[in-house]
Write a protein that binds this ligand. Structure first.
Ligand SMILES: C[S@@+](CC[C@H](N)C(=O)[O-])C[C@H]1O[C@@H](n2cnc3c(N)ncnc32)[C@H](O)[C@@H]1O
Length: 239
């Protein structure tokens, strides 16, 4: 284990590079700052309140937390002892410099540094998951809230990129096979992004990697754009 000066723990020996780079994490947080994920965050907070009795010892773990903007908003709303794990050092570095009072960990979801049956609430937002680890560390009455994209999520970008419609069926079935689903909610809203913020949208998702330069320039020059946010929020417990 390596303790970093900036206030996080690094459990990985070597740097891992994935789809997401430093700029992506910064711009994802900028988009979150202007409220892009707020309806989703409100929904997650509501699902936690409805399905778990919180006290001052309650532990929240965000699996694949990215640069921590969503983690931090949920922690502040519910006042929980919060941990965020992400495989990207860039993401955790940013999270640790922006948000205090959360334990930030550079680590892999397949090797989580938590004891058996020690976590009350896990959130896993638009990120990969390892069910063996969830089953090992979630408390008997604990809850997992997994958020997966709905078929309409970022459909405007998918259309421009020539990508076919996304189906979340396989990912949903995996939750169902591994966990006892107690509640689900589909949310959909349009979020209007003004011209000076469109760059954040372009940088925060790998879906735009397929766009050519002309399309990107056209996007950057429109006065504003309505973007569809569509998610499935799945609340589950151990079987
Ligand atoms: C789409 S981002 C979502 C980030 C954050 N939950 C959010 O909604 O803004 C997916 C995240 O999963 C992380 N990730 C991918 N594989 C991982 C792994 N094996 N262990 C931990 N995190 C991982 C990536 O680094 C990235 O931050």
């Amino acid at each position: 284990m390596i303790l970093q000066k900036k206030g996080y723990v690094n459990l990985l020996n070597k740097r891992t590079d994935h789809f997401y780079d430093k700029k992506m994490f910064e711009d994802r947080n900028e988009l979150s700052n202007i409220g892009f994920f707020d309806n989703l965050i409100e929904c997650i907070e509501g699902k936690i309140r409805d399905n778990y009795i919180i006290n001052e010892h309650t532990i929240l773990l965000d699996l694949g937390c990215g640069a921590g903007m969503i983690t931090n908003k949920i922690k502040n709303a519910l006042n929980l002892n919060t941990y965020g794990v992400d495989i990207s050092k860039d993401a955790i570095n940013k999270a640790a410099s922006d948000f205090e009072d959360i334990v930030w960990i550079v680590g892999d979801i397949s090797k989580l540094p938590f004891k058996e049956k020690s976590v009350d609430i896990m959130i896993n937002i638009l990120s990969p998951i390892n069910y063996n680890q969830v089953k090992r560390i979630l408390k008997k009455d604990g809850i997992l809230i997994k958020v997966i994209p709905g078929s309409e999520y970022l459909k405007e970008i998918r259309q421009l990129s020539g990508l076919k419609e996304y189906s979340n069926r396989e990912v949903f079935n995996l939750v169902d096979e591994n966990m006892d689903i107690i509640d689900t909610k589909d949310i959909s809203y349009k979020f209007n992004i003004l011209q000076n913020n469109i760059k954040y949208l372009i940088n925060m998702t790998p879906l735009t990697n397929k766009l050519n330069e002309n399309t990107i320039n056209e996007l950057l020059n429109i006065s504003n754009i309505d973007i569809t946010c569509n998610f499935k929020v799945i609340v589950s417990k151990l079987k």
